[in-house]
Design a protein around this ligand. Structure first.
Ligand code: BG6
Length: 474
């Protein structure tokens, strides 16, 4: 759809940026923090662990000042469950509570809206040892943890996110399981338990506050069929339902997606649902949807002959296909980053339109960004024009989605500052702020504003007018 006149970003748009606790904080065993599964994940040789990360725990005030100078309206961060409740359940760590209390106050002093994720990949190890999400006790532990956060921060935090990328934890479970990777059957039981836990947190939040907004934060992307062959369209539909709609249908409509349930039953993956679970889930009504978007995926029809999972998409993004469901396909229309991640700015518009037309709820982009091997050059700067280009193209498509009628309330690129990537350590950077460290060499951990920092500052200052003008002139 082309428009004669482009509307600007709405007033009060939440221009922000994101991080997650274990990827930025460091201080992995300080001030009473318990350990999380991330502290036990073995990283490949030459790739850093999460012990120091970006040392944000010790430099929080300096970091928030940088956010304020960039003009950020919102900061999406996660709370480390094990910093607040070291074993995941039981005793509370006052120093951990204080860290986030101070962070929230610091943000608000600069007029930055805190957007708080309760849980971002870092399950306390104490709970993991007891079975983690396979153990229904973890549901109660999560509700108790949520209550503690709401009691302590609910007077100031108005935007909450329950669970980051539950769909990635189920579809790519390796980074969350330092031990044996659970079977699919067990993963879908964990998934169900997380659904109940997320719903309990939403219900609790709504019981405790009238003005708080809470929602899930899955990774949602449109899935394209490789060709206009209807069999490819079915495969795309299959994978979009299994990868995306399962998670949002539960969150918004309170029901299992029928197609996905059929898939689970056929394969014997269906979870045990305890009495009361679906009532809890149905009662929980999110106020908005958080969406992490990196790139679309493209799939072809399943052949169901034992070859669907064979890698056949060259070096295109982490997709392997699933026997009897879909095959991974190559998308020749898309560029790739140096890490092989696809770049699909228009896909963001497609994705936002699909989410909005299914659920009719406000959407907050909670992650989107470019991982690259940034270099600190001799002039002491980081010239990341490629990141500016990437974000400019994605902002433009977000604006088009707004013009299409999508209620997009904010955009929090990943990430505010450089942090430890989930698989590629510190080599792959996403931030607007460069952190001066290598994989092993911690150097001085100084913060250096990249070119994208100044660019984003100007975008925010004009409430995206430069993007609107660019789109308008095309
Ligand atoms: C998202 C996660 O999936 O992608 C983040 O929520 C992660 O935690 C981000 O860092 C980028 O992925 P990666 O693997 O490059 O760190």
């Amino acid at each position: 759809m082309h428009y004669k006149k482009i509307k600007n970003f709405p007033k009060g748009f939440l221009w922000g940026a994101s991080t997650s606790a274990y990827q930025v904080e460091g201080a992995w065993n300080e001030d009473g923090k318990g350990l999380s599964v991330q502290d036990f994940n073995e990283t490949p040789d030459g790739i850093t662990d999460f012990k120091v990360a970006s040392d944000h725990y010790h430099r929080m005030k300096e970091d928030v000042e940088l956010m304020a100078q960039m003009g950020m309206k919102a900061y999406r961060f996660s709370i480390s469950w094990a910093r607040v409740i070291p074993e995941g359940t039981g005793a509370v760590n006052d120093k951990g509570l204080k860290f986030y209390n101070d962070l929230i106050d610091e943000l608000l002093a600069y007029g930055i809206e805190p957007v708080v994720t309760l849980y971002h990949f870092d399950l306390p190890y104490g709970l993991y040892k007891l079975g983690g999400w396979s153990n229904r006790e973890t549901i109660a532990a999560f509700e108790n943890y949520a209550r503690i956060l709401f009691e302590n921060y609910g007077d100031r935090v108005k935007y909450w996110l329950t669970i980051n990328e539950q769909n990635v934890m189920i579809n790519h479970p390796n980074a969350m399981n330092p031990g044996v990777i659970p079977s699919k059957k067990e993963l879908y039981q964990q998934c169900h338990n997380m659904f109940v836990a997320g719903a309990k947190a939403i219900n609790l939040c709504h019981e405790m506050f009238n003005d708080a907004k809470i929602g899930p934060a899955p990774n949602i992307v449109a899935i394209y069929p490789e060709k206009c062959d209807p069999a490819d369209a079915i495969a795309a539909d299959n994978w979009e339902a299994i990868r995306c709609w399962l998670y949002l249908d539960i969150a918004v409509y309170g029901v299992y997606n029928k197609l996905v349930w059929a898939y689970l039953e056929q394969r014997g993956y269906e979870p045990t649902i305890e009495p009361g679970d679906m009532e809890t889930i149905a009662k929980a009504k999110p106020d908005f949807i958080g969406c992490n978007y990196y790139a679309t995926a493209t799939v072809a029809a399943s052949r169901n002959d034992g070859t669907d999972c064979q890698a056949r998409n060259g070096d295109q993004q982490i997709m392997i296909g699933e026997e009897g469901v879909y095959r991974a396909a190559k998308n020749d229309y898309l560029e790739q980053t140096e890490y092989g991640w696809l770049i699909d700015a228009i896909g963001l518009r497609v994705t936002l339109r699909r989410i909005y037309s299914r659920y009719n709820l406000p959407i907050l982009i909670t992650e989107n960004g470019l991982g690259a091997r940034d270099e600190l050059t001799e002039d002491g700067k980081v010239h990341d024009q490629y990141r500016i280009d990437y974000l400019e193209r994605h902002f433009a498509q977000a604006l088009m989605a707004i013009n299409d009628g999508v209620d997009l309330i904010g955009y929090c690129p990943w990430s505010f500052m450089d942090l430890v990537s989930t698989h590629q350590g510190y080599g792959k950077r996403y931030g607007f702020v460069y952190v001066n460290r290598g994989e092993d060499d911690l150097k001085d951990l100084d913060r250096i504003k990249k070119d994208s920092y100044y660019w984003y500052r100007d975008v925010i200052a004009s409430n995206g007018k430069s993007i609107t003008d660019m789109v308008d002139s095309q």
